[in-house]
Ligand binder design. Structure first.
Ligand SMILES: [Zn+2]
Ligand SMILES: [Zn+2]
Ligand SMILES: [Zn+2]
Ligand SMILES: [Zn+2]
Ligand SMILES: [Zn+2]
Ligand SMILES: [Zn+2]
Ligand SMILES: [Zn+2]
Length: 214
């Protein structure tokens, strides 16, 4: 007998590739008699359905309970269907949904932008593509231009007046030039595509948020 290791005799249960006395074929965890119920096997030992799921099933990263039915795999974790949702508004996602990620949690695009998005210092709209970090904020590439002539800067250097960028020519010729306006370096960022959406890949290029994006 695979349970008590004593010789077999009389009634024999063949299960999990071994022979058992009827009294010995019980759940390894709770000793429930498994002769007439569905059982699960793990490492050659039988378990009742409840204990098997409790002990060995994949757990939902949101609620922490075992997943017996369809699991959603995302972000390197598993979730119950319906437990993979925007942490702000509760909208549920499946594996084919587009969603944004912050701190390991999923968000719909709208809430992601409202909570963590970067607004362009030039036009005030959210930035989802290429951006430039300068003057304490982020800018659309096309919005980061000389405030006087609207031309893009040819080098990584520009001049600042009232927290607006100016080209070399216009920081000199404007009516009220600032004395000793310092040249300021530009940090350029490119957004990576992940999970069907764009986000900032490198936190050091982000001048606003204090948490790395995962
Ligand atoms: Zn036995
Ligand atoms: Zn059991
Ligand atoms: Zn769950
Ligand atoms: Zn949402
Ligand atoms: Zn803009
Ligand atoms: Zn200019
Ligand atoms: Zn950022």
């Amino acid at each position: 007998c695979a349970g008590c290791e004593k010789p077999m005799g009389g009634m024999t249960i063949n299960a999990a590739g071994k022979q058992w006395h009827p009294d010995c074929f019980v759940c390894k965890h709770c000793n429930q008699d498994l002769e007439h119920v569905a059982f699960y096997e793990k490492d050659g030992q039988p378990y009742c359905a409840l204990d098997y799921h409790e002990l060995f099933s994949t757990r939902c990263d949101y609620c922490g309970t075992p997943i017996e039915e369809k699991a959603i795999r995302a972000l390197g974790k598993t979730y119950h269907e319906g437990h993979f949702f925007c942490r702000q508004c509760g909208k549920t996602f499946d594996e084919s949904s587009a969603f944004m990620v912050y701190d390991g949690h999923p968000y719909c695009e709208k809430d992601y932008l409202e909570k963590f998005g970067h607004k362009c210092m030039g036009c005030g709209e959210y930035i989802t593509g290429e951006f430039i970090g300068a003057l304490g904020g982020d800018w659309h590439k096309e919005c980061f231009v000389c405030a006087e002539c609207g031309k893009a800067f040819t080098s990584a250097t520009f001049f600042v007046r009232n927290n607006r960028p100016y080209c070399d020519q216009h920081q000199r010729t404007t009516a009220t030039p600032t004395k000793n306006a310092p040249p300021v370096a530009v940090l350029e960022g490119r957004c990576a595509n992940a999970y069907g959406h764009d986000y900032h890949p490198a936190h050091f290029q982000c001048s606003r948020c204090d948490k790395p994006l995962s």
